[in-house]
Design a protein around this ligand. Structure first.
Ligand SMILES: NC(=O)C1=CN([C@@H]2O[C@H](COP(=O)(O)OP(=O)(O)OC[C@H]3O[C@@H](n4cnc5c(N)ncnc54)[C@H](O)[C@@H]3O)[C@@H](O)[C@H]2O)C=CC1
Ligand SMILES: O=C(O)CCC(=O)C(=O)O
Length: 410
């Protein structure tokens, strides 16, 4: 059989961190990628740098931080798989500048988050966390005080994307009224209604649930001022990112009983793994449901994410397709049977494509197919040539001014 990759599949090293579901390993091994190292938890500092120093592909979840300096010390890194939705833990621009596409799983765990949040809405409105704690201590308080049906109450969703929309639909099934706030104009599903401002949402919601990404604009989006704008006796749910809520301000609002209860799944600082200690000023509140960032941690979601992201990495490695990369020009490529495929990643400046074609033409190389896409500072051109011309084509492409990296598939 023709050797299709410049580096044999079993020589390409995959490092999967944070207990990524074995379905990912299954996908990789079935395709011949057998050099896979797995770690049960997140790594940081020197441990992370050592683990990925000679890796071609790295898989992480939300806890591993791939900063510019970490990426700089992984010279062979070809692509990153974020086996989750959020990609705030990765310096996406630095990765793109180095010619490294980042792939994530934009939908696979959204239903899991929506179901958890729905359950939390009911638990909070009934005051269950406190009652549960009292019984665990041997107490018994049978009371309807601060216990409400959700029917007819208002749910305020901040960030009406894949998760927020699903929660809205599910909450309406329970008879809730749904309002949402989003920076974009969104199609309201069911009877949901978009409000124009955050204060408008906060002022009318019995439960406020956060479903925004971590961005500079969402950092401390819910602080003392916003908590004060919430209805007295309302509840707050955060299953988005820990930086979105100012925890000290929430503690204050809970102490004053202005906010009656909360459910928090994500924290500004989260432990590295299951054997690490969790600390938060919220642990002393019995009316706060604390969960260890497991909104998306169901068997169904994790298995699907493992398959989805591993498949994207395999596809990029085998065929060069970058569909759904979050930081990179997206190209969907057909198979290149009978031809040799070269990937050329370059700085998106005028003249690079002209040089690519001039060099290949001067070397007498016939281009069987060519695909180009650009995004911000990065250009990505894929060229199919006859196998006999592949090594010359590779040298020519690598010599083009503005090249970030060049790779041959076969
Ligand atoms: N707790 C967990 O285990 C999980 C947490 N997440 C978090 O949930 C977040 C949301 O997930 P999806 O709904 O899938 O994302 P999405 O991208 O589909 O939706 C996010 C929505 O937030 C809106 N938005 C962005 N910035 C905003 C701002 N400043 N103000 C108001 N709205 C803003 C966007 O326009 C978009 O509609 C993810 O970014 C991730 O951080 C996701 C999955 C699991
Ligand atoms: O499962 C994880 O590690 C992270 C889930 C999450 O927060 C996400 O998908 O963005």
């Amino acid at each position: 059989m023709t050797q299709r990759l410049s580096v044999q599949k079993d020589k390409l090293k995959f490092v999967l961190l944070e207990g990524i579901h074995p379905s990912a390993l299954d996908v990789l091994e079935r395709d011949g990628y057998t050099n896979v190292q797995t770690h049960p938890k997140a790594l940081a500092g020197a441990e992370l740098v050592d683990a990925i120093a000679d890796a071609h592909f790295v898989g992480i979840r939300s806890r591993t931080h791939l900063t510019e300096s970490v990426l700089a010390r992984a010279p062979k890194l070809t692509a990153v798989g974020a086996f989750c939705i959020g990609t705030n833990q990765i310096d996406l621009k630095a990765a793109a500048r180095r010619g490294i596409p980042v792939f994530n799983a934009p939908f696979s765990n959204t239903r899991s988050v929506a179901e958890l949040v729905l359950a939390e809405i009911i638990m909070l409105m009934r005051g269950i966390p406190e009652k549960n704690a009292i019984l665990h201590r041997g107490g018994w308080v049978k009371s309807a005080a601060n216990s409400y049906e959700v029917r007819g109450k208002t749910l305020g969703i901040i960030g009406y994307g894949h998760i927020g929309t699903q929660i809205g639909v599910l909450a309406e099934q329970l008879g809730m009224r749904v309002v949402f706030y989003d920076i974009e104009a969104k199609l309201p599903l069911g009877n949901a209604r978009q409000v124009a401002t955050l204060p408008e949402l906060l002022a009318q919601s019995d439960v406020v649930s956060l479903h925004v990404p971590e961005t500079p604009a969402t950092r401390n989006m819910i602080g003392a001022e916003q908590l004060a704008q919430m209805k007295p006796g309302s509840h707050l749910i955060n299953a988005s990112r820990g930086t979105v809520v100012d925890i000290d301000a929430l503690v204050d609002a809970l102490e004053r009983k202005h906010v009656l209860g909360a459910a928090i799944d994500v924290f500004p600082v989260e432990p590295q793994g299951n054997d690490s200690r969790f600390e938060s000023p919220l642990t002393r509140f019995e009316n706060v449901i604390l969960t260890p960032h497991i909104g998306g941690s169901t068997s169904e979601a994790q298995e699907n994410i493992g398959r989805e992201v591993a498949t994207k990495l395999v596809r990029y490695s085998n065929n060069g397709s970058t569909v759904s990369a979050v930081n990179f020009p997206e190209v969907s490529l057909p198979e290149h049977t009978g031809k040799c495929r070269l990937l050329h990643i370059h700085h998106n400046v005028p003249g690079v494509m002209a040089h690519v074609n001039e060099r290949l033409s001067a070397a007498g190389i016939n281009i069987a197919a060519q695909y180009l896409q650009t995004r911000e500072d990065v250009g990505y051109v894929v060229v199919d040539v006859d196998a006999s011309a592949s090594q010359i084509a590779l040298s020519e492409l690598c010599a083009v001014e503005g090249t970030i990296r060049c790779r041959i598939l076969y």
